[in-house]
Design a protein around this ligand. Structure first.
Ligand code: E4P
Length: 217
């Protein structure tokens, strides 16, 4: 299972990379804006800065919504760095663009996926990753994890190679549940990954080991 971090914050990406378990980064226009990264040139430079920190895939999202512009923008993003994966929204022209990129060997992440049908289309078009947003489904009282489970079933039925990238992961239990359901990747905040570290018996056990060691020294 791959761990991606969902941020455009360079300090957090460095911290996650140093932990040694990071496989990639996802960004989106909102995450870029949150870091104050605006203007095309600054945004493109920021993607390269992220690629230079992390060993792994970096999703860079197109902002165009028509086929021709998506293709132009996606090709420009893909040329920035070999680690770039072009993130394309699940809309009709997006599906066409994913197919185009797939034929050209450009890797894609189909984003804003909220149904099995959308995930099926993304896989048929040849997406490298599909991003079901589980947290946003939970937000509207719809079980996001069910979607992961359903997509896993459909992809396994037909041996689709598209990787399920559980997105909008909000907390550590999402990570664990996605792992149980066979999600290929999760992307979320660093806190969701670091939460996996925590257990009170580890803390009390370590305290006792150190106490006993110190008795004899
Ligand atoms: C996915 O790639 C998105 O960037 C992200 O996971 C959205 O998460 P949010 O619902 O917490 O904004």
């Amino acid at each position: 299972m791959k761990f991606f971090i969902d941020t455009a914050n360079l300090a957090q990406i460095k911290e996650a990379q140093e932990l040694g378990v990071l496989d990639g980064v996802t960004t989106n226009p909102s995450l870029m804006a949150k870091e104050g990264i605006t203007g095309r040139n600054n945004i493109l430079k920021h993607y390269v800065d992220i690629c230079n920190i992390v060993d792994g895939d970096v999703s860079a999202e197109v902002i165009s919504t028509d086929f021709a512009s998506m293709v132009k923008e996606g090709e420009e993003l893909a040329e920035l760095h070999e680690q770039i994966v072009v993130k394309v929204p699940m809309i009709k022209d997006g599906v066409k663009a994913i197919k185009y990129f797939s034929n050209k060997g450009i890797r894609t992440n189909c984003t804003l996926v909220f149904s099995v049908g959308q995930a099926l289309l993304a896989a048929k078009a040849g997406a490298t990753y599909v991003s079901p947003f589980i947290g946003r489904l939970d937000d509207i009282s719809t079980d996001g994890l069910n979607l992961i489970s359903d997509i896993r079933l459909v992809y396994d039925n037909y041996q689709f190679e598209t990787q399920i990238l559980a997105a909008s992961v909000r907390h550590t239990m999402h990570v664990i549940d996605c792992a149980k359901l066979g999600s290929d990747v999760i992307t979320g905040p660093l806190s969701a990954i670091e939460g996996l570290l925590k257990h009170p018996l580890t803390d009390s056990g370590l305290a006792k080991f150190l106490e006993d060691y110190n008795k004899g020294n």
